[in-house]
Every structure is written in C-alpha cells, then in structure tokens.
Design a protein around this ligand. Structure first.
Ligand SMILES: *Cc1c(COP(=O)(O)O)cnc(C)c1O
Length: 397
C-alpha cells in the first residue's frame, strides 16, 4: 500500500525513459577487460569503448602486484584514512603519483567522483569564485554545487568567454578556473596554455581534471600539463585510477602542499569514506612506476591513435579534431548513430553511439576509444567494419 503510488510513478517515468530511447542496458562481459572480449552470448567482439587506454586492466604485472599485496597487507582496511586506514602502500602510492605529475603532494580517494565532490567546499567560501567550463564532468558540477563560492560558467574551451567571466570575478577574493583536461565526448584538449596565461593575467588559480588525459596526453602520458609544458604549474589536478592506470577503482587530488593538507583536514569523502584496499594501492604503484620506467605503452597508444584517425579520414569519415585517444566519428543524426553502432556490433566491433542529451542536438556520433591494447590487426578490422557499414548506410561514398 505505502509503496503503490510511488511504484506507479517510477514505472511511468521508466517508461518515458524507454520511449525516449534513453534506457541504458548493461552488456555482460565474461572475460577480463581487454581488446578482444567475450560477451555472455559467447561471441567475441573487439572493444573500442573502454577507458583502458594503456591496456593495463589485465596487465600481468599489475595483477601480480595486487596478489602480493593481498598476502602482505590483507584484504580491506575497515577504516577511513585518519583513524587506522593508512598503510605504507597508501603513502607510497601518493608519493608515486606526485612524482609522476611533478606535484608537491597527493591525497587518495575511493574515486575521482569523490575527489571532485570533496574538492571545492573545503577550499573556497562565498567570498570566492569558481569559473567552470560548461562541458566539465558531472562530478565537478556536483562538487561545485556543494560549495558556496560564486559560480561562473564559460562556453567549452572558449577563451573570450573565460576572460569575460574572469573580469566579472575580480569582485571575489580568490578565483579558481576549473576544467577537464580532455573532454570526453569530443576528445578535445583544454587549451591550458591560454587558460594559464589568463589565470596569470587575472590572478586566478587553475584546477584540471585529468581523468581522460593522464596516461594518454603528452609524450610520456603526464597529461595536459606535459602537452603544454606546464608540468607542476597548475595548483590542483584530479584524476582516476579507473581509466589509464589499471581501471579498477580509486581517485586522487594532487597539487600544492597546503591545498592537499587542507583536504586531509576538511574533505568529506576523505574523512567519512573508506580507504582504498591495499591491493589497489599496490597495483597503482606498479602502474605509475612502469609508465615512468619506460614509454612503450604511451608510444604505442599514440601510434595507434594517429594510425586510426588518418585511415578513417582517408576513408572519408568526419572525425572531430582530437589530441587524445577519443575519436568522435560524426554522424549528426541520432537514429543513424544508433543503427550504425548496432551494425558495427554485428561485425564484431563494440562501439557506442551518443546523441542528445549526452551531446548537443544534431551532433550525434559514434565514439571510438583507442588503446595500447589494440594490435594493428584490431585497428584494421575496426576500420574495415566502419567502411563496410559506412557504405551500407551511405555515410561515406
Ligand atoms: C571518469 C571521470 C571521472 C570519474 O572517475 P571515477 O574514478 O570513475 O569516479 C571524473 N572526472 C572525469 C573528467 C572523468 O572522465
């Protein structure tokens, strides 16, 4: 009785989501995450939609490090960090991350969603300003909502708009510019050189979310700060262990010492949520150390991405300019992007079509994500499938 009205309400809302074609289903995978995966129905498909950019999700060295940590450090911490949830492994991972990004200190979280959720409120008050790119990740938007600072939004990567907002924000005490390093739908990189110059001109700090860029962007995968020669310069970087660096779980904020010190005192997801398990910390240390020791995976990812983009452009596809490993194959039509993704799956290529409201109206696309786990034959098979289906659907001539 108590539930009936609410149940009806939810049923009709769910029906609306389905009718709008927005209902999300989960596809069951029965193998580890990698380039060639098996789905529950038994067929093998090539995976071009994961964030496993460096192919570390099933890396034997990470798995070994995780197994060893289970033996030496146990399974779980049963505590938050500041009570009894900090092991040597947590401190070592924080130091390893700081070294990788050339920053002063690092604080771990259970996810980057938590890192962003717990970032702003501890640092800024209603006297201050947050100036945020409109295409920033949901976790940034939520984190900013939890903070009392005055909010300004600027159009995606639009430096004129950012400058206008910075001028307005001179009224406030401190200003923080907030941007994703790579925007996940287009694969474009934030123009950090220009953002940094404006930050200097208008006395603002910079926060960068490197979730899709760390491990990917820059010659050695240090991310957007490496690409623009600004390593160690921005005040705050957030990132995830859930994409390039093994893909399990975990996030971090890295940057200026006093900022990290304050987050350890006041950041709620750090104070009130559990420590990451030791096996995750150990595998994370391994991932960052491997990527510092040699550049093979980063090089392979960059080669794979340029190979894929140039072949696709040659075939006549409209690819958004990208400096990451996200390649948006533009189709502009929502229905077409759905049909094309389905047909590609029939060809053994797993990609996702995106349309409104995830991307603007009339900008539907298929997003392809390239990985160092892809071999040349995987890329060729994907390109061939795109050409075959593209011709069938008259996307290319
Ligand atoms: C994926 C992503 C996150 C969330 O990371 P999790 O560790 O999975 O919570 C946050 N910000 C950006 C920009 C992301 O792409």
């Amino acid at each position: 009785m108590r539930y009936q009205d609410f149940q009806k309400h939810l049923q009709s809302e769910l029906e609306e989501i389905k009718n709008a074609g927005l209902f999300k289903e989960e596809r069951i995978i029965t193998t580890p995450q990698r380039a060639a995966i098996k789905v529950k129905t038994g067929e093998e498909v090539l995976n071009f939609c994961s964030n496993n950019y460096l192919g570390l999700s099933d890396n034997p060295k990470l798995i070994e490090a995780a197994k060893n940590a289970l033996d030496t450090h146990g399974f779980g911490m049963s505590s938050v960090r500041f009570i009894c949830g900090t092991q040597d492994l947590h401190k070592k991972l924080e130091q390893t991350i700081s070294k990788f990004f050339g920053t002063e200190d690092t604080i771990l979280y259970a996810s980057c969603f938590d890192a962003n959720g717990g970032l702003f409120d501890p640092l800024l008050t209603d006297e201050d300003a947050i100036i945020s790119d409109t295409l920033n990740h949901a976790s940034i938007i939520d984190g900013v909502r939890l903070c009392k600072a005055v909010r300004y939004r600027y159009a995606n990567a639009d430096m004129n708009d950012l400058e206008a907002k910075l001028k307005e924000a001179q009224k406030q005490r401190f200003r923080l510019i907030v941007t994703d390093g790579v925007f996940s739908m287009d694969g474009n990189v934030a123009p950090l050189d220009k953002i940094y110059a404006l930050a200097e001109k208008y006395n603002a700090m910079v926060m960068l979310d490197e979730s899709h860029s760390a491990g990917v962007v820059g010659k050695s995968g240090r991310g957007t700060t490496e690409l623009f020669n600004l390593l160690g310069k921005v005040e705050i970087i957030t990132g995830t262990l859930g994409k390039s660096f093994g893909g399990a779980i975990g996030g971090f904020t890295t940057g200026k010492k006093e900022i990290i010190d304050m987050l350890r005192q006041r950041s709620r997801p750090y104070l009130f949520s559990n420590s990451i398990p030791p096996l995750i910390a150990a595998a994370g240390i391994k991932a960052f150390t491997m990527l510092s020791d040699d550049n093979n995976l980063q090089d392979k990812l960059h080669e794979n991405t340029s190979y894929f983009v140039s072949k696709m452009q040659k075939a006549g596809f409209d690819i958004k300019p990208t400096e990451s490993s996200i390649c948006a194959v533009m189709l502009y039509d929502a229905k077409l992007s759905q049909v094309m993704a389905d047909k590609l799956l029939d060809e053994g290529i797993y990609v996702i079509g995106f349309s409104f409201p995830v991307v603007p109206k009339g900008e539907a696309r298929i997003r392809v994500q390239i990985s160092a786990a892809h071999e040349r034959e995987h890329l060729d098979k994907c390109i061939q499938a795109f050409i075959k289906v593209g011709k069938e659907l008259k996307v290319i001539g």
